[in-house]
Design a protein around this ligand. Structure first.
Ligand code: NAP
Length: 489
């Protein structure tokens, strides 16, 4: 009775007292945590909470029905009883049924409600489920979170699967309590600020690789374009002009010529937006103008472009290693040997071809090695282990080295064939000529930025210098006959 007397009769809207009490409870492993609902999420959550040392009270409309499904240490009771006992309550009920909990309003006043719900589809206009719950229970402290963690993930624990739990609330103490709880369960809380972020958090489970969409579409489009182009030149042309069927080339040969083309263009597209940004800054003479949104988006997707390029380059290497295993390659080799014997040629060694091939392979291996390094350092765990200077050295300096190597690899492949008329079937230039346009433009553009006058101006601009620091004013007609005067300050 004295304890009851010490408790305030009416909990105020301010969360101070209740949350302090709650924080104290959070630090005790035996503090009761409430869960409303007995579905998949509730069962997995109860199991994880019990495993983390918490006492769990589950509120159900029909407690007896689900008793066998919960761990023995969890108490299954009525919704009202659970809401009364616990100070932190997870609402593991679909948002459509939140309104059926309104009878618990007095029992939940002054308590923390964790809204774990997800919508049915991306909700751009709002309001979020969490906002609607906060409107239904204005005297409770609503925290949004745990909706990105699946019931399965909760059951197996945070060692397998996503560990991040995005949390937001308008009540800092309530959010802190859930943050502590989250840590104790082995998850990594990510503070997303106020409840206004709840819409974004609720939309997170619906995103399907949002930052990968453009790079993947680009890779696929380039692949289709180059594949059709190579098919036209290498397969269809001999069939139409010489009635020679070389359709066997389609699964390996054509793919293996297409993959490096895509890899090189994609790698050039990694460095092209950086160049565009530099030239725009030079043009504007300031770094404070906003880039167009397409350039902004492109700049933030460079890592994905690079990884797509790496994938194509790695596949090209594997395909190339497999080339001699093919039956067609063996027949071709034998036929060539027979032809030489027939023609009485004893030594088929051509010094120029040998040198070209040695250099071509060596430079290609180097390019792939550098690309692998770039791919590894783009992994968050590795990127976090290097400082900014090291990261930019690898991604920029070594990246340009990889681009130069890959370009040289393609130039060595082309050698002098670009000048041979029989390389232009249907008047189509060889694929390597098309492929080289982007990387050569990027490399030349980068070289131009090394010119001392350009480099100095760009450095000044990036240190905050701008042309608008010069006062730009126009005198009236009467003062100077309409001439503009530009003065330095
Ligand atoms: P579920 O299996 O269908 O369970 C929902 C529970 O809500 C029922 O078992 C029921 O328990 C309770 N409930 C209370 N009032 C209700 C009413 N009027 N009508 C129907 N049910 C009522 O759903 P769930 O998969 O556990 O999901 C629960 C919440 O967690 C949802 O908001 C969902 O978006 C979210 N979530 C789920 C997952 C997941 O992997 N499943 C992941 C992230 C978030 P009683 O009959 O015992 O009252």
């Amino acid at each position: 009775m004295p304890d009851d007397m010490a408790r305030p009769l009416v909990r105020g809207r301010g969360e101070g007292g209740a949350s302090r009490h709650l924080e104290a409870l959070m630090s005790e492993p035996g503090a009761p945590i409430g869960i409303l609902g007995t579905g998949d999420f509730s069962r997995s959550l109860a199991r994880r909470l019990v495993a983390s040392g918490y006492r769990v009270v589950v509120g159900s409309r029909n407690p007896k029905r689900s008793l066998a499904l919960f761990p023995q240490d969890a108490e299954l009771t009525s919704q009202m009883e659970a809401a009364t006992q616990a100070d932190l309550v997870f609402v593991a009920v679909f948002p459509e049924h939140h309104s059926t909990l309104l009878q618990l309003k007095p029992a939940l006043a002054g308590k923390t409600l964790v809204d774990v719900s997800n919508g049915l589809q991306i909700n751009r206009g709002g309001p979020s489920n969490a906002h609607q719950l906060a409107d239904l229970f204005p005297e409770s402290f609503v925290v949004k979170g745990f909706n990105t963690i699946s019931a399965w993930n909760l059951q197996v624990g945070p060692r397998d699967g996503s560990r991040q739990v995005f949390l937001c609330s308008d009540h800092p103490n309530a959010k802190n309590s859930v943050t502590q709880l989250c840590r104790r369960m082995g998850f990594v809380p990510v503070d997303m600020g106020h409840l206004s972020s709840s819409l974004e958090i609720e939309n997170l489970p619906f995103y399907l690789f949002p930052s990968w969409r453009v790079p993947i579409v680009c890779t696929l489009s380039l692949f289709i374009f180059f594949y059709l182009y190579n098919f036209l030149r290498d397969v269809l042309h001999p069939f139409i002009k010489k009635e020679k069927s070389v359709f066997y080339k389609m699964p390996i040969d054509t793919v293996n010529v297409t993959l490096p083309s895509v890899a090189l263009v994609m790698l050039a597209l990694v460095y092209l937006p950086g160049l565009c940004a530099a030239y725009l800054q030079l043009w504007w003479c300031t770094k404070y103008n906003r880039f167009p949104s397409w350039l902004d988006r492109w700049l933030t997707r460079r890592k994905q472009f690079g990884l797509c390029s790496f994938l194509c380059a790695a596949l090209h290497a594997i395909y190339s290693l497999c080339l001699p295993m093919r039956k067609s390659a063996r027949y071709k080799l034998l036929n060539a040997a027979f032809k030489q014997v027939k023609a009485g040629v004893e030594d088929s060694w051509v010094d120029e071809d040998v040198w070209r091939m040695e250099l071509y392979l060596s430079v290609g291996i180097m390019a792939l090695g550098l690309l692998s390094l770039l791919a590894v350092t783009s992994l968050p765990s590795v990127a976090n282990a290097v400082n900014w200077r090291e990261f930019s050295f690898i991604q920029s300096t070594l990246g340009y080295c990889a681009l130069s190597m890959a370009t040289l690899h393609t130039l060595l492949f082309g050698w002098n064939r670009a000048f041979s008329p029989d390389q232009y079937p249907f008047h189509l230039p060889p694929t390597f000529v098309l492929v080289l346009i982007f990387p050569l433009a990027v490399l030349l553009g980068r070289l131009a930025l090394f010119l001392p006058c350009v480099a100095l101006r760009l450095r000044q601009i990036r240190r905050g210098w701008e042309r608008s620091q010069h006062i730009h004013f126009t005198l009236t007609d009467g003062d100077c006959n309409g001439l503009e005067d530009v003065s330095d300050v």
